[in-house]
Design a protein around this ligand. Structure first.
Ligand code: SAH
Length: 217
C-alpha cells in the first residue's frame, strides 16, 4: 500500500475542500505518517475520513477534526503547547511540527506507555509526555501559549485556564452530551472569551476538574 499517495489524497480530498488553508498545517498532514499511529490491523484505513479505535475504548479523531483544531490554534513555531489526551500521539506529532515545544498528558497508562515508545522510536525532540490527570495541567511548565484538549469536557478545567498565558488560546470539545461544541477560547485581560466552531463527537475527559470516572477516580 502506498501510504504517501493516501496521505496526499487525504489532504487534497478531505482537508483543502473543507477549508483548511494554512500552508504549514497542510504540510504537517502531508508529512506525519498517520498509519503509524493506528493499530497495525487498521493501517489500511488510517487515511480514511472517520475516527478509528486505538484501544482502551479510546479513538483517534478523524483527520479533518485534527486539522481544524490545529488550524484554529494559529501556531507560528514559537509556542509552548499543552495537549490533554495524548491517545495515539497523532495530534501530538502534528503539533510538534508546528510549535516550539509540546507537552502532552494521557491518563491511561497503557496508552501513555505505548505512545511514548512509538514517539521515541520515530524521534521527536520537542515532545514531552506525562501519564497523569491532565485536568490538573502541568504546573511546573506553565504558562502555555496554547492548550488543546482532545476529549469532551463539561467546562474548561480551572487549572488549565490558570496555566494559559495572557493572549493565549485554548481549544476543546465542550459539552456533556454525546455531541459537543468545538470551542476556541482566548484569554484577554485574565478572562476567557469563547467562540463556538462546530459540532463534534469526542470521548469524555475524565478527571478531577472534568467528568468523574466511577471506576478509577
Ligand atoms: N488526540 C488523541 C485523541 C485521543 S482520545 C489522538 O489523536 O489519538 C482522548 C484521550 O484523552 C484518550 O486517550 C483518553 O484516555 C484521554 N483522557 C481522558 N481524560 C483525560 C485526562 N483527564 N487527562 C489526560 N488524558 C485524558
Amino acid at each position: 500500500m502506498d501510504f504517501e499517495v493516501l496521505r496526499k489524497r487525504m489532504v487534497e480530498e478531505q482537508l483543502i475542500p473543507r477549508g483548511i488553508k494554512n500552508y504549514r498545517v497542510l504540510e504537517a498532514f502531508r508529512k506525519i505518517e498517520r498509519h503509524k499511529f493506528v493499530p497495525q490491523e487498521l493501517a489500511a484505513s488510517a487515511y480514511a475520513d472517520y475516527p478509528l479505535p486505538i484501544g482502551e475504548g479510546q479513538t483517534i479523531s478523524q483527520p479533518y477534526i485534527v486539522a481544524l483544531m490545529t488550524e484554529y490554534l494559529g501556531l507560528t513555531g514559537e509556542e509552548k503547547v499543552l495537549e490533554i489526551g495524548t491517545g495515539s500521539g497523532y495530534q501530538t506529532a502534528i503539533l510538534s511540527q508546528l510549535a516550539k515545544e509540546v507537552y502532552s498528558i494521557e491518563r491511561l497508562e497503557i496508552l501513555a506507555k505505548k505512545t511514548e515508545e512509538k514517539l521515541k522510536a520515530i524521534g521527536y525532540a520537542n515532545i514531552k509526555l506525562r501519564c497523569a490527570d491532565g485536568t490538573l495541567g502541568w504546573p511546573e511548565e506553565a504558562p502555555f501559549d496554547r492548550i488543546i484538549i482532545t476529549a469532551a469536557a463539561p467546562r474548561i478545567p480551572l487549572p488549565l485556564s490558570e496555566q494559559l498565558k495572557e493572549g493565549g488560546k485554548i481549544m476543546l470539545p465542550l459539552g456533556e452530551n454525546s455531541i459537543q461544541l468545538l470551542t476556541l477560547a482566548e484569554k484577554t485581560k485574565g478572562k476567557l472569551e469563547s467562540s463556538e466552531i462546530c459540532n463534534c463527537v469526542f470521548v469524555p475527559l475524565l478527571g478531577k476538574y472534568a467528568c468523574k470516572d466511577r471506576d478509577t477516580l
